[in-house]
Design a protein around this ligand. Structure first.
Ligand code: IMP
Length: 208
């Protein structure tokens, strides 16, 4: 049974549209390391969650990247949402000429086994940890993590709609904010939907 690792129920709702109702939420608050990219954060979280759950896990790390601010808040989106709030982020962006934005989502899968990188990247950063543990005569197995990424481009607008979660009301794609879409409509174009589609195709083959 696959565990979707997040404390956010909105993410799980969207994941179930792709992966079926059998996906279980693992409400596990993994350590979010400070890094300029989502991949290493998600990979690290997947290893930690796998060790905790001792079962296949999928970690979902996402962020909002604003062009006017050189990609900020990106991996810090959650902190910025907590401290400033979505409306304030929108106000700051609307004061700029450039309102372009993108959402990115990285899904990191770990089941304790290895796999081919192609066509998606594999994070093997655990090797250094494994080598260090080796010297200490401890656990030697590195934990490979497979990464799936999805991106959607849009622009920041005044808040509209009451669906979705997080920055959805202020993110407009093709004239509609994510909060004005149904879960299925959002999934069809969203960063998470795109990453989930890639993952789902790969996972079905793996588990056949
Ligand atoms: P995290 O991936 O749970 O750390 O989320 C990072 C931040 O991005 C949080 O503030 C979320 O609310 C926000 N976020 C993640 N995915 C989405 C989305 O699909 N729509 C709107 N906000 C999102």
């Amino acid at each position: 049974m696959l565990r979707y690792v997040t404390t956010n129920r909105g993410k799980v709702r969207e994941a179930r549209e792709y992966l079926g109702s059998g996906v279980q939420q693992l409400d596990f608050d993994y350590t979010e390391i400070q890094a300029p990219e989502l991949g290493p954060i998600a990979a690290r979280g997947a290893r930690e969650a796998y060790r905790y759950a001792d079962a296949p896990v999928l970690v979902d790390d996402a962020g909002l990247f604003l062009s006017a601010f050189d990609g900020f808040p990106g991996p810090y989106s959650s902190y910025v949402e907590d401290k400033l709030g979505v409306d304030r982020v929108a106000d700051l962006t609307l004061a700029e000429e450039n309102r372009r934005a993108s959402f990115r989502c990285v899904l990191a899968y770990c089941d304790g086994e290895g796999f081919d990188a192609s066509p998606d990247p594999v994070d093997r950063a655990d090797r250094a940890v494994a080598a260090a543990e080796d010297d200490a005569g401890e656990e030697t197995d590195a934990l490979p993590v497979k990464l799936f990424e999805g991106v959607v481009r849009g622009r920041i607008v005044d808040p509209r709609g009451d669906g979705g979660f997080g920055y959805d009301p202020v993110f407009e794609h093709d004239g509609t904010t994510f909060a004005e879409m149904t879960a299925a409509e959002k999934n069809a174009v969203s960063h998470r939907g795109r990453a989930l589609a890639k993952f789902g195709e790969w996972y079905r083959e793996r588990t056949q």
